[in-house]
Ligand binder design. Structure first.
Ligand code: XMP
Length: 503
C-alpha cells in the first residue's frame, strides 16, 4: 500500500494534513519527528514526506530540527509552514522574525509556474499563520510564490524534489490547496491513489486479529456513532472476546435501547451485555435540578454500573474507547466518563482505533463495516441524554412525556424528509406550566419546546427554518396524543447567544 508520512513537529495542522491526503485516496501516517529516523523512513517505503507544524522559531537553540539526511534520501518532501522554514534554514537560507509581525488568515498569493503549483492562477487566496518568515531562500532553491508581506511563500529544489510552502494548503480557505496536494502526491511522489476506506478497515481488522489473539476486550457501547464503529471494528477482529456493555440508563430516546440490542446482539451477534439500570439512575437523579449536577451524577453512576459489570467478566486485557480526533483536540470538553472509566477498570492497555479520524471519516468507516446507514448518519445525542432536555427535576412521568413528544417530532421531520435539511432536532420538556383548554374546560399543563438547528460543527448553530406545516402537524399530534401537554413552542434562537441544548 502506498503511503505518505506526515512528520509532525508539533502544532495544530498535522491531523488535518493527513486527512486531506486520505481524501485524495492515499494513506497518510503521522509520526512525531522524534519517533522515526531517516533509515526507518526509507525502510518503510514512504512515497513522500510532509513536514508540518511547529510553534517554535527554527533559529532558536531548542527548536525542533531533523536529520538533514532526509533531504538526500531520494524521497519527495513537502514542508508546510514551519516545515518550509525548516527546509530553508537547514539548506542555508535565512529565517527571521517577519517584518510587520507575520500574517494570519487569508492573503493574496502571487505564484508562477512550478510542478507543485501547477494549475494555480497568477493570484489566488491562501491561508497564512506565521510570525517568522524566510527572508532569503537557500542557494539551489527557486522562489515560486510570494505575498505582500512574505517575500518567500513557496520554494523548490525540483532536482531533489524538495518543496516548501509557507501557507497552509490543508486549510480549506486556501483556494487551490487541494490542487497543490494533488500535484505533490500524484505528480511529484507518483502515487496512484489506491487507498480506500474498505481496504483500511480490512487491514485494521487483520492487525487487531493478530495483535489481540486470545485476549479479552471490553467496550462501553452507547449506541452512538463513535462507540458503535469502534466496537464493530473490534468485533470483526476478536468476535466473542469483545465484551460490549450497554448501560440502559433510561435516558435514551423512544425504543433506542431495544434498537441497540436488536442491531448489535440479534443482527451482528455481539457478545452484548445490556444492563437495565433505569431505576438506579432515576433514584440517583431524584431532587437534582442543576444541569452540571445531573451530568456529574449520570457520569458517576455510569462508571459504577460499568465497573460492576466489568468485574463480572474477570481479567480484561484491553479497554476500547471510541475517542475521535475532535475529542483529542477539544480537551476542554473532555469526556469525563471515558476518563473515569480508565481509572476504575483493571485492564492492561487501551485501544483507541478512531483517535486520528474526523467525524465524517468515522461515519464512512462505519458504512464500510456494514453498520446500518441510519445509525452511522444519525444526529448527535448527548451522553446525559434526555436528562438535560427534561428541565428541572427528573421523574419517570416527565421522561415519558418528553420521550413521546420527541418521537412525534422526529417522526414528522423524518416523514417529510426534513431530516436532510437540519442537523439536530429534538424536543425539550420545559419546566413551565401554562393554561390550556380541553373539552371546554380550563386545564393547566406542560410545555414542550421543539428545537431544530443547522450547524457544521455545533460550535455555532442557526435555528432551522422548518416549514410551518411540519411544525403544525407535530404540534397538533403532540397535544392530541399526549395528555398533560397544553402548549408547544418552537425555539428560534441561534447559537450564540443560546446553546443547542437547553441545559
Ligand atoms: P451545546 O448545548 O453545548 O451543544 O450548544 C453542542 C453539541 O453538544 C451536544 N452536547 C452534549 N454532548 N454531553 C454530550 O455528549 C453533554 O453533556 C452535552 N451537552 C451538549 C449537543 O447535543 C450538541 O450537539
Amino acid at each position: 500500500m502506498e503511503k505518505i508520512l506526515v512528520l509532525d513537529f508539533g502544532g495544530q495542522y498535522s491531523q488535518l494534513a493527513a486527512r486531506r491526503i486520505r481524501e485524495q485516496n492515499i494513506y497518510a501516517e503521522i509520526k512525531p519527528y522524534t519517533k522515526i529516523t531517516v533509515d526507518e523512513i526509507v525502510k518503510e517505503g514512504y512515497k513522500g514526506v510532509i513536514l508540518t507544524g511547529g510553534s517554535y522559531s527554527v533559529y532558536d537553540k531548542d527548536a525542533a530540527h531533523y536529520d538533514p539526511a532526509i533531504f538526500e534520501a531520494g524521497i519527495p518532501i513537502l514542508g508546510i509552514g514551519y516545515g518550509c522554514q525548516l527546509i530553508a534554514y537547514t539548506a542555508g537560507g535565512k529565517v527571521t522574525y517577519a517584518d510587520g509581525g507575520g500574517e494570519y488568515g487569508k492573503v493574496e498569493l502571487v505564484s508562477d509556474g512550478s510542478a507543485l503549483l501547477d494549475g494555480f492562477p497568477a493570484v489566488s487566496t491562501s491561508w497564512m499563520s506565521h510570525r517568522n518568515y524566510i527572508k532569503q531562500a537557500p542557494i539551489g532553491f527557486a522562489v515560486t510564490a510570494y505575498t505582500e508581506f512574505c517575500p518567500v511563500a513557496a520554494i523548490e529544489d525540483s532536482d531533489r524534489n524538495i518543496y516548501g510552502v509557507q501557507f497552509h494548503p490543508e486549510v480549506s480557505h486556501t483556494e487551490y490547496g487541494e490542487l497543490l496536494l494533488h500535484n505533490f502526491l500524484y505528480n511529484i511522489c507518483g502515487c496512484k491513489g489506491d487507498w480506500k476506506m474498505e481496504t483500511f478497515v480490512e487491514e485494521k481488522i487483520a492487525e487487531y486479529k493478530s495483535m489481540l489473539d486470545g485476549k479479552k476486550v471490553l467496550c462501553a457501547l452507547s449506541g452512538g456513532v463513535d462507540s458503535s464503529v469502534a466496537a464493530m471494528l473490534l468485533h470483526k477482529a476478536v468476535g466473542d472476546n469483545l465484551f460490549c456493555v450497554f448501560v440502559d440508563h433510561g435516558l435514551l430516546r423512544k425504543e433506542e435501547a431495544d434498537n441497540v440490542e436488536r442491531i448489535f446482539r440479534d443482527t451482528f451477534k455481539f457478545n452484548l451485555i445490556r444492563v437495565d439500570a433505569r431505576e438506579r439512575f432515576l433514584n440517583k437523579l431524584k431532587g437534582i435540578t442543576q444541569p452540571d449536577m445531573k451530568r456529574k451524577v449520570i457520569s458517576e453512576e455510569f462508571v459504577s454500573v460499568f465497573k460492576e459489570e466489568a468485574a463480572k467478566i474477570g481479567k480484561l486485557n484491553y479497554l476500547v474507547q471510541g475517542t475521535i480526533y475532535s475529542d483529542v483536540i477539544d480537551r476542554g470538553s473532555g469526556d469525563i466518563t471515558a476518563e473515569s472509566l480508565t481509572a476504575v477498570i483493571d485492564f492492561d492497555d487501551m485501544l483507541e482505533p478512531l483517535r486520528n479520524l474526523f467525524k465524517d471519516e468515522v461515519r464512512r468507516m462505519g458504512q464500510a463495516l456494514g453498520i446500518p446507514k441510519d445509525l452511522v448518519w444519525r444526529q448527535p445525542f448527548p451522553g446525559p441524554g434526555l436528562a438535560i432536555r427534561c428541565i428541572g427535576e427528573i421523574t419517570a412521568e416527565k421522561l415519558n412525556l418528553l420521550r413521546e413528544a420527541d418521537a412525534i417530532f422526529r417522526d414528522e421531520i423524518e416523514k417529510t424528509g426534513y431530516d436532510r435539511y437540519t442537523n439536530q432536532y429534538f424536543a425539550v420538556l420545559a419546566d413551565i406550566k401554562s393554561v390550556g383548554v380541553h373539552d371546554g374546560e380550563r386545564t393547566f399543563g406542560n410545555t414542550i419546546v421543539l428545537r431544530a438547528i443547522n450547524s457544521d460543527d455545533f460550535v455555532t448553530a442557526d435555528w432551522s427554518r422548518i416549514p410551518y406545516e411540519v411544525l403544525e402537524k407535530a404540534s397538533s399530534r403532540i397535544t392530541d396524543e399526549l395528555k398533560g401537554i397544553t402548549r408547544v413552542v418552537y425555539d428560534i434562537t441561534s447559537k450564540p447567544p443560546a446553546t443547542v441544548e437547553w441545559e
